[in-house]
Write a protein that binds this ligand. Structure first.
Ligand SMILES: Nc1ncc2ncn(CCCCCNC(=O)c3cc(-c4ccc(F)cc4)cc(O)c3O)c2n1
Ligand SMILES: [Mg+2]
Length: 214
């Protein structure tokens, strides 16, 4: 049977990237997705914005919703200080298996805790099961209709503190209208839109960065 897109992406990493070199893994995936087969990684253009936010926040605790093949996971983990706690959630076991291998190829498996399951089920368990108090940074990149309910869930579970940063991918394409409306009108957040493009295309997309005000 034909391989899957994540499997083909992993093979491109194993063929073209150097083990233990996160930058080469990032480049191998971007090359593959730009020239061989598009995939829904945050990509190089939005990835630079992600890098600058991670570097600015310099977070001790990070949550990523939607690992996919681990591209943004590698981008984030390579910038984290030693001892930082980074949890990434992936729903699909087959995709999670690929992501673990991409992360291992980058040599970052010790910095990342990849948990399989749905955000709606796992977020309420963060404190008891993963020993997390609050998150300094949350990267939202999962089902677009889960951004809003999961943000409300994180508020209710006390996982956000004054100054916590939410960074949301795809707020234009595919779009997260209910999330944008909520976060831009809520007095509890200060939001900023970073205009960019849908990964590997000329279509408009962007990242929404929101600071929780407590
Ligand atoms: N609740 C929960 N908990 C945990 C989870 N883990 C995974 N999932 C499911 C996530 C499934 C993938 C989500 N990502 C996207 O759908 C996505 C799509 C496009 C895109 C596609 C086609 C176009 F023509 C244009 C743009 C571009 C992007 O950058 C995207 O990120 C979870 N869900
Ligand atoms: Mg995305």
């Amino acid at each position: 049977t034909r391989s899957t897109r994540p499997q083909r992406l992993l093979h491109a990493v194993q063929k073209n990237a150097t083990r233990g070199d996160p930058r080469s893994v990032i480049n191998a995936i971007d090359q593959f997705c730009r020239h061989k087969e598009w995939a829904m990684n945050v990509g190089d253009e939005k990835g630079c914005i992600l890098d600058s936010v991670v570097s600015e926040v310099n977070p001790s605790t990070v949550l990523e919703l939607g690992t996919y093949c681990g591209y943004s996971t590698v981008r984030i983990a390579r910038l984290l200080p030693p001892g930082a706690k980074f949890i990434t959630l992936e729903f699909n076991p087959k995709v999670a298996k690929i992501a673990r291998q991409v992360i291992a190829w980058a040599g970052l498996e010790d910095k990342i805790q990849l948990v399989e399951g749905a955000s709606g089920d796992l977020i309420p368990k963060m404190k008891e099961q993963f020993g997390v108090e609050t998150f300094d940074l949350v990267f939202l990149d999962h089902w677009k209709d889960r951004y809003l309910p999961d943000t409300k869930l994180m508020e209710e579970c006390g996982l956000l503190k004054k100054g916590s940063i939410l960074l949301a991918d795809n707020v234009i394409c595919p779009g997260t209208p209910d999330y944008l409306e909520y976060i831009r009108n809520s007095p509890r957040y200060k939001s900023q839109y970073f205009k960019s493009h849908l990964e590997y295309t000329k279509v408009e997309d962007g990242l929404e960065k929101s600071v929780f005000l407590g």
